[in-house]
Design a protein around this ligand. Structure first.
Ligand code: ARG
Length: 453
């Protein structure tokens, strides 16, 4: 390990097991660019407050930019000599500008740096994920458009319920993604990026310098120009707050659950028993033992990862529970779950997008299932209701008719009219037979205002 940022008070070397146990560089290197942005901002603030001369500030800016380029070019390699990314950047800068780097830590603390960088990371990760969600939504909508006329048996309790348009089924996922998108945008927009908390008590720098320093620096670091950075309103809260992490992890686990349910439907639909869909070979995997297998592993992994995304949320909730105010080292443990959830959600959405774009529906097979008369039982109830029979009574009559058909293995359409009339005088065979039609059934549902697709 290199010298600590905090070595002065200690006369003994840190035990190696502590170094190994406490370090976070192996994952918090993902915050590098944001920490560098915060450092550039801090240089500007120190200059405006008279802690740095213009010459010193310029040298530090150039130094920070050259460290920034290392990350931009992907040249960074995890180096376990450093405790965390903040320490690593400090030493890189020191290599370039010498002891001038020691001035950069004036009036700042990693407690503030880490929350600043994590908030920036969240903004960018949310922005990227929103793009992924929009991409998936588009693919589902175009799948719905391509199959706008297909009707499928709808299920409740995994049992045949009523016929529904496939496009409505697919647009159900679009609705979920739309909610995910607006939740994500809302929470990401509400993250206030602040500086000036110091370790917890604030800094000797006037609050106005933070906003003015930020507006200058954001013009240079164009990647982040949409950020709105201000001085902290309550420094104690700033270094203690991880609500934004929990909110995002919550949103990401809901996304995980949505995708997992979608995946489960497709897994079931791709079985030989259902055979509703054919998943393209490029999105399937095989078996090392059984040569015929074409498995939906991708969908199973999406289903599986929903557990991990939920676990990530729970781990941060429990880590935060009961922590005394303000900063505690426990909070370092928010990052692995946060990064993991963003990365996994994004991967899931992208791979599902590819799978959706190559998915084919087996309409001939689906039509076979639509022959099941029980799918139209509810329509027969409405038929009787329209003839003046109270709903409850109509329900019982049709229930008995269906039971007779099942028990005696005879289709209603093959029963003689006088047998049908035994269940209710109001049942006219030629009329009810016309109701065993998926198109008639879906068109009779008027509560849904239909868009063109
Ligand atoms: N790596 C630490 C974290 O992620 C940085 C803050 C350390 N602060 C401290 N007082 N030890 O939280």
């Amino acid at each position: 390990m290199v010298e600590k940022l905090w070595g002065g008070r200690f006369s003994k070397k840190t035990d190696l097991s502590v170094e190994e146990f406490a370090k976070s560089i192996q994952y918090d290197y993902k915050l590098a660019k944001f920490d560098l942005l915060g450092s550039a901002l801090h240089v500007e603030i120190l200059k405006e407050s008279g802690f740095l001369s213009s010459f010193e500030a310029n040298r530090l800016h150039l130094g920070l930019q050259s460290v920034y380029r290392q990350f931009d070019k992907g040249e960074f390699r995890i180096n376990n000599k450093y405790e965390d990314i903040h320490t690593y950047i400090h030493y890189q800068l020191q290599k370039i500008v010498g002891d001038l780097a020691l001035k950069l830590h004036t009036a700042r603390s990693r407690n503030d740096q880490v929350v600043f960088a994590t908030k920036c990371y969240c903004k960018v990760a949310a922005r990227d994920l929103l793009r992924d969600i929009i991409g998936l939504k588009k693919s589902i909508i175009s799948l719905a458009q391509r199959h706008r006329d297909i009707i499928i048996p709808g299920f409740t309790h995994m049992q045949h319920a009523q016929p529904v348009y496939l496009k409505d089924y697919l647009k159900m996922y679009v609705e979920m993604l739309e909610r995910d998108k607006s939740r994500l945008a809302y929470v990401a927009n509400n993250i206030n990026i602040t500086l000036g908390a110091g370790a917890l008590a604030g800094t000797p720098i006037n609050y106005a310098k933070y906003a003015s320093g930020a507006s200058k620096i954001l013009k240079k670091y164009k990647e982040f120009s949409e950020f709105n950075i201000k001085a902290t309103i309550n420094s104690l809260d700033s270094v203690s707050d991880r609500d934004f992490v929990i909110e995002l992890l919550n949103i990401l686990s809901i996304i995980g659950i949505h995708l997992s349910r979608f995946a489960e439907d497709l897994i079931i639909w791709s079985t030989k028993e259902f055979n509703f869909v054919d998943i393209d070979e490029s999105f399937c995997t095989g078996s090392s033992l059984m040569p015929h297998k074409k498995n939906p592993d991708v969908l199973e992994l999406i289903r599986g990862y929903s557990g991990r995304l939920t676990g990530n949320l729970v781990s941060v909730l429990i880590m935060m529970k009961g922590l005394p105010f303000t900063y505690n080292r426990d909070m370092q443990l928010d990052k692995e779950p946060l990064f993991d959830s963003f990365e996994k959600a994004s991967q899931e959405i992208r791979v599902l997008n590819g799978l959706i774009r190559t998915l084919r529906f087996n309409s001939a097979q689906i039509k076979e299932y639509l022959k099941d008369e029980s799918l139209y039982a509810t329509d027969l109830v409405y038929y009787l209701v329209n003839k003046g029979v109270p709903f409850k009574k109509a329900h019982t009559i049709i229930g008995r008719l269906v039971k007779y058909s099942v028990d005696n293995s005879v289709l209603i359409k093959d029963m003689p009219e006088r047998l049908i009339k035994k269940f209710s005088e109001k049942l006219a065979k030629d009329e009810i037979i016309r109701l065993f039609d998926p198109v008639v059934s879906v068109r009779s549902k008027r509560s849904i205002k239909r868009a063109r697709v």
